[in-house]
Structure formats: structure tokens, C-alpha cells
Design a protein around this ligand. Sequence first.
Ligand code: SF4
Length: 188
Amino acid sequence: MSISEIKTPDQRSRRFIFIPFCLICQAFQAQGIVRHGYSATIKPIVEEILRHEINIIQMPCPESRLGGYENGLKRGPKGISKYDTPEFREVCQRSASEVTDMIKAILANDYKIVAILGIEFSPSCSIKLQYSNKGTFHQSGIFIESLKSQLAKEKIEIPFVGINRRGMKKSLKELRELLSQQKNLLDF
Ligand code: SF4
């Protein structure tokens, strides 16, 4: 059957969101740190996305990729300074390049990308917050930094929203406001 012979209207959403791998797969987090009440998916965020009928793309998990998934899944938590190695930067660049290629293809097909989500305090996927033994400081995770830089080179602008598992109300509000504005702007 050709496309011109299909009579029923195509009902797909034309909007996409890119999410960190662990947003719907908490078991990919480092061992010992899944303790904010979300055992498998970060439900309030996922439910908000579902309410808006947005296509969801799960980005790679760079930390569990490092050295292969079998070992990656057993990893313990480490700060960003420990992750900042040429080997890990290479994993992040490769992952960011895959995501960038997908984003370019989606935009070239006239779909819209409403946001890219990160996980605050992740050495890889945070948008702006990190921990150290001296407290909290501002720095994007290494994967997000690479993704931002690759998108900037392509002159692609997409809002980034950091999900803070300790401040879920604020994260949810920020996401909800963004998705509502984008709905008005972008629905066909
Ligand atoms: S590296 Fe990113 S996707 Fe993987 S567990 Fe950490 S925050 Fe989640």
C-alpha cells in the first residue's frame, strides 16, 4: 500500500523530547544512589511527558557505557573530577554525536524537539548542578557539555531542563511551563 492510498488520518504527535537513559531505568544509576523514592522510573516527570503526548527518545547512558555495560552497571558513584578523563570524554563525545545526528534528522523531517532533559548532580548528565565534598557548584555534566557544544556547532537551539530528584516540585513546574508554552507554539 502506498502512502497516498491510506485513508485514515495519521495521528502521530510531531513533538519529541530527549530524556536521560535513567529517567525510565533507574537501575542504570551508579550502585547505592537510587534512594529518592523512584525505584524504576522518575514517575512525576514521565507522567507529565505522557500527558502532553510527546514522542520520547532515551539518550545513551555514558557512565554505564564506559568500559562496557557489564562492568558499567556495577559501578559505584564518583564525582565529576574522577570522570574527567580522555577515555570518558571520548564516550561522551560519541554518545553526544549519536544524539546530535538523531536531532538533525528529526528536525530535517519537520518535527519539533521541545526539550532535552538532564539529571542534576550527575557528573555526566547534569544541566548545571554538581556535588563535591565542598558542597554544590555550577557545572554541566561532561556528556551534556559535549552535546551542548555539538548542537551549538550545528546552530541548533533546544531548551535544556535539569531534573533535580531532591527538588521535584520545582523541576516539574519548570517542565510543565515549558511544555505548555511549546504546545501553544508548536501544535499543528
Ligand atoms: S550517566 Fe546519565 S543516564 Fe546514566 S545513570 Fe547517570 S544520569 Fe542517568
